[in-house]
Ligand binder design. Sequence first.
Ligand SMILES: *Cc1c(COP(=O)(O)O)cnc(C)c1O
Length: 228
Amino acid sequence: MTREAKLLQNFREVQTALAAACNQAERRLQEVTLLAVTKYAQDADVLFFLKQGLIKHVGESRVQQAFSRWTKDEFSAFPTVKHLIGHLQHNKAAKAARLFDFIDSLDDLETAQLVNRHVPAGKILRGLVQVKLTNRDTQSGLPLEKARELTLQLRRLDHLKVCGYMAIAPQGATANELKMLFTTIKQAFDEDFPQGGERYLSLGMSEDFTIAIKAGSTLPRIGSKLFA
Ligand SMILES: *Cc1c(COP(=O)(O)O)cnc(C)c1O
């Protein structure tokens, strides 16, 4: 099989699984946007999907690496929606504000304020607040109640529009535990971001997106399943 055939097969498998999960949850597939996580992908593979018109939302976890890739002419020629999904350091806030369309990993007010100050004129940057689902210190994000408080504070920023939550599943959680954790976030999401507004709930990665879709995710982040 050629590399391109393999990538097409990966894409079809992801699409089929997303459609099946939507079907089981009685949701419409159009409610779900695939966020293609390109952080470990080869340039050639990303360009293939872009040329085929199969991916539009792309996620990177490091500002510098994202900058090197997405400012190249061959990449910037494609209309993409670029998401930062990794932790944002203070000293990268200005660069991130220029490059990205979404910061999906907001978890502190100061950094968000700094980002807000550096959004270029005329641009509205979208932001998601990252909810932390474990007590482990290694994960970024905030416990749900703190994330909700931060959401309220971020609503005062004028160039950064907060429009949802993102969370990463804890390692080793069972399907039932995940379902409960995701469902708890989904309830808070529905209260804090009522239907009708622009809203995104980013739950689920390659290994758990089916559970996440059933719990209401609208923006699953899929890397390894697409680029395997
Ligand atoms: C890397 C990464 C992903 C993609 O993970 P896969 O298991 O490769 O699909 C999703 N979300 C975040 C925050 C990541 O860092």
